[in-house]
Design a protein around this ligand. Sequence first.
Ligand code: NAD
Length: 355
Amino acid sequence: MKIALIPGDGIGPEIIKQALKVLEAVSHKYNVDFSFTELLMGGVAIDQTGVPLPEETVKACKESDAVLLGAVGGEKWDSLPGHLRPEAGLLGIRKALGVFANLRPAILFPQLKEASTLKEEVLGDGLNIMVVRELTGGLYFGEKKRQGQGSDLKAWDTMEYSLWEIERIARVAFDLAKNRQGKLMSVDKANVLESSRLWREVISKVALEYPEVALSHMYVDNAAMQLIRNPRQFDVIVTENMFGDILSDEASMLTGSLGMLPSASLGTENPGLYEAIHGSAPDIAGQDKANPIATIMSTAMMLRYSGDLEEAAQDIENAVSRVLDKGYRTGDIMQSGMTEVGTEKMGDLIAGEIK
Ligand code: NAD
């Protein structure tokens, strides 16, 4: 498996190093060969090449089977104009790879229940919700404009979806649901929005190809409420770009810990992009304090979706769970009576469980 590695800035290189330890353990155990190409993006790319996303990085990513990203950004580059900031690299690589499906699992390990803002009886044995957000269409990409002057000045954004855009994200979501609990919740605002009515029609039509998946529909306002009231009713949620932006943040915070949450962004022709949902955490960079678990869990997603290595992916997730069972915690998830460890040690422990 050919992997493009983008360590980036801040804690990026530290957490990517731990992911590499885990991949080394997987390589030995499952007899899989990984080859790595380390690439520049973000602040480190600005310092060395003058731009946040060098052409060579895009080219090498496209030639790989998967892209594993640390994080980018930092105060040093904050005063640069928007298109030259590290974050422009992030949007640029997502666009260049055409990743239209953003998969964000919100997993609450039972060992970390205390970190959630929800009551224990609401959480039960833990949470495992997969939010599938459409990433390249809808309100964020439709026509936007201002017109008029004075008090007549008005502005608008357009939420538009084509049938093919809905069909392709629907298939991603149904395929996922098929391999989980077989439950898919499509979230829209079909009581008000025409684009949502088309969304609902197309999702319902694609459902005919997946008789093994139970499809339901929910209005977005209700979904926002149900996520807090009874999150365990959800397995896979599929929704359009802006609704997904809001609901995936809401779902991920139910788990309470930024340092635990992975993500995958998938397209059709190019490799998938795998990254933790947190940023470069400049406040703790270089101090062996970063929690590497989100990046390690992103690595598991990479093996699952881009490597077809389901068993190894589960092995990584189980290794994380066992290390938590044994009471090891990084500072961000530390609880009384547990053993606090740094970034390196956490990486060693998880890799050790796999071996
Ligand atoms: P952040 O996610 O980097 O940090 C928020 C807080 O969470 C900080 O206190 C940080 O120490 C903590 N934190 C984050 N990840 C952690 C981890 N793995 N272990 C322990 N603690 C962790 O968000 P921010 O401070 O708003 O942004 C910092 C920089 O990161 C900015 O330049 C921002 O633009 C960039 N950013 C990048 C990405 C990305 O690369 N995907 C995403 C978000 C923000």
